[in-house]
Design a protein around this ligand. Structure first.
Ligand SMILES: NC(=O)c1ccc[n+]([C@@H]2O[C@H](COP(=O)([O-])OP(=O)(O)OC[C@H]3O[C@@H](n4cnc5c(N)ncnc54)[C@H](O)[C@@H]3O)[C@@H](O)[C@H]2O)c1
Length: 317
């Protein structure tokens, strides 16, 4: 059984992953290059946990225990001490990941599993020089990692069965919902589905069918309301496949088939209007605090998570 986990990279994903592992009861060492990055990560974890306490998802005592399980370090060797699994969350830059993996190969015994959080990079291209390719796997968390249950697990051709099992066991142990892909495919499953939906959403905006807030409301109050409990495949079965056959035959020829990012997104990116992080994007952020919006988002996710967990308990699953 794993007694210590290392998380490498303390940015958007890494700090949340470290918090998730610690909340699952496992001591974790969080490594990054600079002390100030780790200080920001610690402050973010503290803010996240304060929100859970405020929402009664954790007691103050539980918060203290979680905090005690996380050690912060800028020393790679120190971060690896006693660790049976490394969760890598450094930037999506192939050379950075390759260099890191080479350092890990030199430092870790063959039994240590290395799971990358890459969203898009094929694992086989990052580990060409690995002495132990069988220990590598992808564990793709979704932002915000502590609250979104899904983790996509992707093997490459040489990933060992034991590395796969250990990864799935860890994710189950920390309360995640791992889905193992049968084979590697760009974007895995979640981002492929999201990209298909965003492409059509942008086409509807560009064709003047509706503005962004109404498109979002259609999803939040319509299909998205269902999606917290039933997926698109179940939806088709419940609705009737004869009906869905007609829907698909009638509609698919009319859907957007663009192969590049939509024009509206290109235009905004060229102006550096990148959304919440620059205060301008597809939605309006005038007079609103993005910080407060993110807190409101996380509060909703906490409540949904609590409700789903309570329902699962009452249904005995
Ligand atoms: N942001 C998301 O929504 C999201 C979602 C799922 C997966 N991912 C993936 O997770 C990974 C991390 O993304 P992020 O958004 O957290 O990035 P980020 O830029 O927020 O954080 C990356 C961190 O890694 C650190 N770092 C860089 N090189 C390092 C090294 N050699 N050793 C240790 N630390 C190093 C940086 O200092 C930074 O703190 C990427 O592969 C990304 O594709 C991101």
């Amino acid at each position: 059984m794993l007694e210590q986990v290392t998380v490498i990279g303390a940015g958007v994903m890494g700090h949340g992953i470290a918090q998730t592992v610690a909340a699952g009861g496992i001591p974790v060492r969080l490594y990054d290059l600079a002390a100030d990055t780790l200080q920001r990560a610690e402050a973010s974890i503290n803010d996240n946990l304060n929100l859970y306490v405020q929402q009664k998802a954790l007691s103050a005592e539980q918060k203290q225990q979680i905090c005690k399980r996380i050690q912060y370090t800028t020393d790679l060797d120190d971060s690896l001490l006693g660790s049976g699994m490394i969760l890598e969350a450094i930037p999506e830059v192939p050379d950075l990941k390759r260099q890191l993996f080479e350092k890990l190969e030199e430092r870790c015994g063959p039994e240590v599993i290395i799971a990358s959080n890459t969203s898009t990079l094929p694992l086989s291209t990052l580990i060409r020089h690995a002495v132990h390719p069988e220990r590598y796997i992808i564990a793709h968390f979704i932002n915000p990692a502590p609250l979104i249950p899904l983790v996509e697990v992707v093997k490459h051709e040489l990933t060992s069965e034991s590395a796969l099992q250990a990864t799935v066991n860890l994710l189950n142990r920390i309360g995640k919902s791992p889905v193992v892909l049968k084979r590697e495919v760009p974007g895995f499953i979640a981002n492929r589905l999201q990209a298909a939906l965003l492409r059509e959403a942008m086409a509807l905006i560009e064709q003047g069918v509706a503005d962004a807030p109404d498109i979002d409301r259609v999803i939040k109050d319509g299909p998205g309301f269902r999606w917290a409990f039933i997926g698109p495949v179940e939806t088709a079965d419940y609705g009737g496949l004869d009906t869905w056959k007609r829907v698909l035959d009638n509609l698919l020829p009319d859907l957007d088939k663009g192969e590049k990012a939509p024009e509206t997104i290109n235009r905004l990116v060229a102006r550096n209007d990148l959304g919440a992080k620059t205060g301008r994007g597809l939605c309006s952020y005038e007079g609103v605090s993005v910080e407060e919006q993110l807190q409101a988002r996380d509060t909703s996710f906490i409540k949904l998570l609590q409700m789903k967990q309570a329902l699962a308990r009452s249904q005995g699953s």
